[in-house]
Design a protein around this ligand. Sequence first.
Ligand code: CTP
Length: 406
Amino acid sequence: MDRSDKPRVVLGVSGGIAAYKACELLRRLTESGHDVRVVPTGSALRFVGEPTWAALSGNPVTTGVWEDVHEVPHVRIGQEADLVVVAPATADTLARAAHGLADDLLTNTLLTARCPVVFAPAMHTEMWEHPATAENVATLRRRGAVVIEPAVGRLTGEDTGKGRLPDPGEIFEVCRRLLARRAASGRDLAGRHVVVSAGGTREPLDPVRFLGNRSSGRQGYALARTAVARGARVTLVAANTSLPDPAGADVVPVGTAVQLREAVLKAAKDADAVVMAAAVADFRPARYAHGKIKKREGREPEPVALVRNPDVLAELSAARPRPGQVVVGFAAETDDVLANGRAKLARKGCDLLVVNEVGEDRTFGAEENEAVILGAGGGETPVPHGPKEALADTVWDRVVHMLNAG
Ligand code: CTP
């Protein structure tokens, strides 16, 4: 295979003792037919030298932005990559990536890459557990990067704990899966308009209080991001979220179920698919108090009367504003997950229902998810525990399949 036909992988190496293990990852990547460009940080070169990376990759090795300037490597390497993997990713590299710094070739590459990005952290347990690192990891994951959990075991000195670089074979598998998905799905939503609802509605009681729910919006945002990556025009109807806008999506902020209905129905008119990932309140207070509701000494509080909200998913499924439109619902269940999911799918009349189990510590606000996608025709696609992006991609796989079949 000619070099230009091979998938292009950038292997970022930062300055930790585990840098030597990245040689094994590099070897696996090149032997399995990838064109790998190694971009070490300055301190990585203190652990493993430039000749090793050059010999194993067969490519030039650059660290700074002032070498080969005529080729504009600080922009080109990231733009042309099919995957960037940083192994090991030190606490410092995670921090620089999270904050968008661009003080060497690796951080410049991370800013210009639009392909999947994987970080395999390695550091001492104290550094991994420090709130600064935890927040940086959360930021990177929120933006769609895959940050692999470090392994537990012997660290550099005498001590053991969480912070070891995951096994190079395991990192390789994550990379291989991401590249395979990219090759398989490519831009299979190009030319399509998709609408995604995300977050949770808030139903006001008075100017300071509302009835709400614990949905963070992360799953809906992952759906929007992955749809953009697959070439779709994306309208994201976002109810009370505090996540950064996914690049390339048209974000419509809403507050209540009634506002969400209006925004979704408007965007759905010319949509090929609508995915209702938002947690829409089924009820709203019957009466809105224009002044703050006050407690009165010696008097019991007034009960809050509720009225039904419109069911947007059921309405869309029945109306299908555009012929052949695929409508997908989400269901959060605590008990009898599959049986309740099947019944809900039938009741709502949608094409697919993504059912996940929720509980006090599960799913809400988490970075990962596990679900079963039920099809109206009886199909069942289990999605193992993994990043919300992976579930999002599986949903789009099913949607693309239905759009192409119809
Ligand atoms: N949904 C909607 N409009 C509503 C309520 C829910 O469009 N008023 C959508 C959600 O976006 C989700 C799906 O319906 O895609 C499932 O919502 P859920 O609240 O779990 O289902 P319910 O019908 O409310 O069932 P139950 O409360 O009995 O669990």
